[in-house]
Design a protein around this ligand. Structure first.
Ligand SMILES: Cc1cc2nc3c(=O)[nH]c(=O)nc-3n(C[C@H](O)[C@H](O)[C@H](O)COP(=O)(O)O)c2cc1C
Length: 332
């Protein structure tokens, strides 16, 4: 029987914040939970091997969260089933609402470890990993995030392996590993994934299927649900510097159409500062500060003078630099 945990309590369509290493850290998740909370949030991925090693404490920093972010799912990666078991026990202890297994990351380092998207080529190992995660997860639901294939679309062969293990949810990023993020996501293949899932379970309760790839606005997210029959949509890059992405989702779900509230420049500047402050509180202002610059690019665009201000913010090294620049340029 499928253990759904919090998943069954969500009102469809389900909107999710994608896991993004170096982006969906505790500071950014806090901002999103405050200004535009999706139905479910993911942490960045964390290495199971690392969590089972002496270096564990350093990784726990990536697993900080605030209760406002609930339901929050911890994403993990690796290739050693025993470590997934241990990690799942830890996630229970840390109070997460769910555990997600990364089977889609194309990064070379991750491939070398036989983890991430590489698991598409080792479906039996992938199954063992899901089984062990479930064993350690207790009441927590286990989900999987994957791609449509490794070098080509093999969803017809690959997906049934996952379905056999009865996860609570599956997120399908509509590209192969080889395609990285270089081509438009194949939403028609994602739709086929929904059909395969329905077929496999023959009308009985089945895992939720979320689609993922290239969604830039809330309106597009609703369109994808209508057009491709997914239970929900996960959004990644569209969230950069945009914690308001999902702000209008509840109204839109009720009304059946999206009316987006315009975010004023003043609000964007205030959020940029608040985000920077939170980042400093969580991580200090060392090397990691470059993470914030990805967000600045997105916060600061679409108004006269945006390009110049962006360039100045790119040269900043800490919160004081940012505040001084904003003041000097007349934005504060
Ligand atoms: C900077 C960055 C980091 C990412 N890190 C992860 C990760 O840790 N785990 C994961 O499953 N996917 C990761 N992804 C992939 C995203 O979750 C998502 O599948 C992909 O960006 C496609 O969705 P989008 O077009 O909405 O961005 C990352 C993507 C980006 C851009």
């Amino acid at each position: 029987m499928i253990n759904y945990g919090f998943w069954k309590k969500l009102k469809k369509p389900i909107f999710a914040l994608a896991p993004m290493a170096g982006v969906t850290d505790a500071a950014f998740r806090f901002m999103i939970a405050k200004y535009g909370k999706p139905d479910v949030m993911w942490t960045e991925f964390v290495a199971c091997d690392g969590l089972c090693s002496q270096g564990k404490d350093a990784l726990l920093r990536d697993l900080q969260y605030d209760k406002k972010e609930r339901p929050i799912v911890a994403q993990v990666f690796g290739a050693t089933p025993e470590h997934f078991y241990q990690t799942a026990l830890l996630m229970q202890e840390l109070g997460f609402d769910g555990i997600d297994i990364n089977m889609g990351c194309p990064d070379k380092n991750i491939q070398k470890q036989n983890a991430g998207a590489k698991l598409i080529q080792s479906p039996k190992l992938a199954q063992a990993i899901i089984t062990e995660t479930k064993r350690g997860a207790g009441k927590l639901p286990v989900s999987v995030k994957t791609r449509i294939g490794y070098t080509k679309n093999t969803l017809d062969e690959w997906l049934p392996y996952i379905l056999e293990t009865e996860p609570a949810a599956i997120t399908i990023h509509g590209r192969t590993k080889k395609e990285m993020s270089d081509v438009p996501a194949h939403w028609d293949v994602i739709a086929h994934g929904v059909a395969l899932t329905e077929q496999y379970y023959g009308g009985k309760d089945r895992p939720f299927v979320l689609g993922n790839g290239d969604v830039q606005t809330l309106e597009e997210a609703f369109d994808k649900v209508r057009q491709y029959g997914v239970d929900g949509v996960m959004v990644g890059r569209g969230m950069f510097g945009n914690p308001w992405f999902f702000a209008d989702k509840d109204k839109a779900k009720k009304r059946g159409s999206v009316v987006t509230t315009e975010i004023l420049l003043q609000e964007k500047i205030a959020a940029l500062l608040e985000h920077t402050e939170l980042f400093e509180q969580f991580f200090g202002m060392g090397n990691r500060f470059d993470v914030m610059k990805k967000h600045y690019k997105a916060y600061i665009h679409g108004f006269d003078g945006a390009r110049e201000l962006r360039a100045k913010l790119m040269a900043s090294r800490d919160k004081n630099d940012v505040t001084n620049t904003l003041r000097k340029e007349g934005y504060l």
